[in-house]
Structures are given as C-alpha cells and as structure tokens.
Design a protein around this ligand. Structure first.
Ligand code: HEC
Length: 192
C-alpha cells in the first residue's frame, strides 16, 4: 500500500515536471513579448527613480514619476505597437491610470492571490478579450510594493512629500501601502 502510494506520487511528480517542461518549451510569444516590454519599462523607471531619490530626495523624485512614467510608457507603445501603461485599484493619477472593468477584475484577483501566499514578483495574467474593436491580447503583471516605494506610497509619508503630492494629485488614493502588497500592475494590450 505504502509502495503503491509512493509510486503514485512519484509518477505524479514526473508528470508535473514533464508538463512544466513542455510549457516552458512552448511559451506564448505574446506573453514573452509583453514581459520584455515590462522589463524595459521597470528597469528604466526604477533606475531613474532611485537616482533621483538619492540625488535630490523624494519631493524632487515625484517629477520622475510625474513626467517620466507616462513618457516611457508612450515611447514603448510607439516602438512596439502595444498599448502600455500602469494601473491600480487605488490610483494616484486617477485620470490616466484608473482601471477599466477587466483590469479591475484582474487586480482584485491579484490581491486575492497575494492573500493566498503567491509571490507578487512573478504574478501575472493573460487573456484574449473580445471588445468593441475586436479581439485583443491583454496582459497584466503585478507590481509589488518595496521599501523604496514607501516614501511616496507608504503609511507614514513625510509632510513635505504629502504637500507636494496633494498639490499635484488632489484625488490621490495611492497611500497607505506596506512592503509586499500589490501596488498596482503593468497593463499591456495589442490587437490580434
Ligand atoms: C518619489 C515619489 C514616488 C516613489 C518613491 C514611488 N512612486 Fe509610484 N507614483 C508616484 C507618482 C507621482 C505617481 C503618478 C504618476 C503619473 O502621474 O502617472 C505614481 C504612480 C504609480 C503607479 C501608477 C498607478 C497610479 O497609482 O497612478 C504605480 C503602479 C506606482 N506608482 C508604483 C510604485 C512602486 C512599485 C514604487 C516603488 C518601486 C513607487 N511607485 C515609488 C510617486 C512615487
């Protein structure tokens, strides 16, 4: 009985490993492309953000997010043909970054997946969505809150940062986060 159980679980293991391998051998090219674009976006933005904070502090660094985040997204959209952006259930730039219905659903699931213990760093979701303008491939990748984010998105934000944020974003909802939470997501789509 014990032996049978052992053999059973071994072959299940082998099956899982085989499946995982097969999945890795045939990655969806759209997912791979979207991930590359996100890597580029994140690397550029976080590099500029870290440099700005170290150089001039968080108040000055707000401008990096204000100017550079939308500019980098626009450049990448123009270069790749994908629509590229960032979104959140609690957006700071409410006008530009608020989620649509599909994004809201995915973001809520990301929060549930985080509560269930999944690593936010690798959390993503892809779907072919039929819209008014035909079929689109849509992809979202969760953005975790890390230490560096707390200066502007955390629970205790310095008064001068609060003042600058209030001035630039009167409807700001993107405060009160802790390390490890889902801050938002990169959101990409392209027509199929
Ligand atoms: C110096 C202040 C500052 C820091 C530090 C900062 N952000 Fe932001 N963040 C902003 C501002 C300002 C915006 C609004 C940008 C815009 O207008 O599109 C923003 C917007 C965002 C958005 C887009 C959705 C929204 O709320 O409008 C995400 C996602 C985000 N930040 C994640 C992060 C993460 C993750 C970190 C840490 C790696 C981080 N931010 C660090 C200031 C900051």
């Amino acid at each position: 009985m014990n032996n049978r159980l052992l053999i059973g679980s071994l072959s299940t293991l082998a099956l899982c490993a085989g499946l995982a391998l097969a999945a890795e051998e045939t990655p969806n090219p759209n997912v791979a492309e979207a991930k590359d674009i996100i890597k580029e976006f994140a690397t550029q933005l976080q590099g500029e953000l870290a440099t700005a904070i170290k150089g001039n502090g968080p108040v000055e660094a707000i401008n990096v997010c204000y100017d550079r985040a939308p500019a980098i997204a626009e450049d990448l959209s123009a270069q790749t043909g994908w629509e590229v952006g960032r979104t959140s259930l609690k957006a700071r730039n409410v006008a530009d970054n608020s989620p649509d219905d599909w994004e809201t659903m995915v973001l809520k699931r990301f929060d549930e997946r985080q509560a269930d213990g999944e690593d936010v760093k690798t959390m993503a979701y892809a779907e072919v969505v039929e819209g008014e303008d035909g079929k689109r491939f849509r992809f979202m990748k969760a953005i975790p809150t890390s230490e560096i984010c707390l200066a502007c998105h955390g629970q205790e934000i310095a008064p001068e940062v609060v003042e600058a944020l209030d001035a630039a974003y009167p409807d700001d909802q993107a405060r009160g986060y802790s390390v490890g939470e889902v801050r938002g997501a990169f959101t990409l789509s392209k027509p199929l």
